[in-house]
Design a protein around this ligand. Structure first.
Ligand code: SF4
Length: 344
């Protein structure tokens, strides 16, 4: 499937705050979440954001991002800021990634730069470049050590687990810390989760410290707009933490990680949006979204929001730049993310 790519820069007029799949997410802590790309090299069956088959993809200009991140850091206070790359897609597909990281270190107050990746695009040369630009931590999503199962979970034919584990070994001898972050699909990869725990213990037994190689098991969450692994019913948070406690005892390893383990603490938000659910707001449609029924609206110069239509539009160009009254259907104050709906 071919998809269009929209390049988001200052001229595009697309704001970088307020849109969940793009730009900067400020959750009121010292961590600034950055989403510079929506392209993905996989199309995982469980992907909660359905990445890998968007009709339209987005790439954000690094200079535009740097300018906005500088603003956020200045508003939050220039100390102990972590930049965390967590796109709805694969960060290693971002063309200017190492440039962006290098420039970010020039912003006073940033002391950690971390990223999430599925890891399949890693190779020695790229790892050397990532070490050179001083990435602090790489979170690798790895749900099983079994190639067939990985192929199934990620809908691919050749999930190269051997290369991935070799690259993890290579990473261990760099200055970059690693966090292996498997998603636990109850009843589907229970044994695999234990295999990954044993794998971490084996690596630590080789002399790598608890800080160097961590494990962060994630609960499988189902979202309306995400893809679902069939037949799996997610368990409650209580069940999840009880199971983790059991495994902690069984393997004598810390598995329950919280904000403190990552130095996450409360900090100012850049600005609060003064809107609530069911409000009708005036906005300008500024761009298409990822799907035919999704658009990006502009609330003001800094804030954008996702606008969902009741049906797809054929002549999208005519809709863009239009001013409309839309109804807020989701207002996530903590993260400053808005979604509105509009009927055509
Ligand atoms: S789960 Fe991650 S790697 Fe898989 S499709 Fe979604 S964004 Fe891509």
């Amino acid at each position: 499937m071919s998809s269009e790519i929209i390049y988001v820069d200052q001229k595009s007029g697309i704001p970088l705050y307020g849109i969940d799949f793009l730009g900067i997410i400020d959750r009121g802590t010292n961590v600034i979440e950055v989403k510079p790309i929506t392209l993905c090299n996989l199309k995982c069956k469980y992907c909660f954001v359905s990445a890998g088959d968007y009709d339209t993809n987005f790439i954000v200009d690094p200079k535009y991002l740097l300018e906005k991140i500088e603003e956020v850091v200045s508003a939050k206070g220039r100390y102990k800021i972590e930049i965390h790359f967590a796109p709805y897609g694969e960060i290693l597909l971002y063309p200017k990634f190492t440039y962006l990281v290098k420039e970010l270190w020039k912003i006073k107050g940033i002391d950690t730069i971390s990223m999430q990746t599925n890891g399949l695009l890693l190779n020695k040369e790229l790892i050397n470049q990532l070490e050179e630009v001083a990435i602090s931590r790489i979170n690798v999503s790895l749900n099983t050590l079994n190639r067939e199962k990985a192929n199934f979970f990620c809908s691919c034919e050749n999930y190269n687990i051997d290369d991935l584990t070799k690259n993890i070994l290579y990473l261990l001898d760099t200055k970059i810390n690693i966090l292996i972050a498997p998603v636990w699909f109850p009843g589907e990869n229970d044994d695999d989760i234990e295999d990954i725990i044993k794998y971490i213990i084996d690596l630590r037994n080789l002399g790598y410290s608890k800080g160097k190689i961590q494990i962060g098991i994630q609960k499988y969450l189902i979202y309306k707009t995400g893809r679902k692994l069939k037949k799996i019913r997610p368990k409650s948070w209580d069940y999840f933490y009880n199971q983790l406690s059991k495994l902690e005892k069984q393997y004598d390893i810390k598995l329950k990680l919280g904000p403190k383990d990552f130095g996450i603490h409360k900090r100012n938000t850049v600005a609060s949006l003064n809107v609530k659910k069911n409000d009708i707001i005036r906005l300008q449609i500024i761009s298409k979204g990822r799907w035919k029924k999704e658009f990006i609206g502009k609330f003001n110069n800094n804030y954008g929001l996702k606008v969902l239509l009741n049906r797809p539009i054929i002549q999208t160009e005519k809709f863009i730049q239009r001013e409309i009254n839309a109804k807020i259907i989701k207002a996530n104050y903590r993260d400053n993310i808005l979604t509105a709906s509009f009927s055509i």
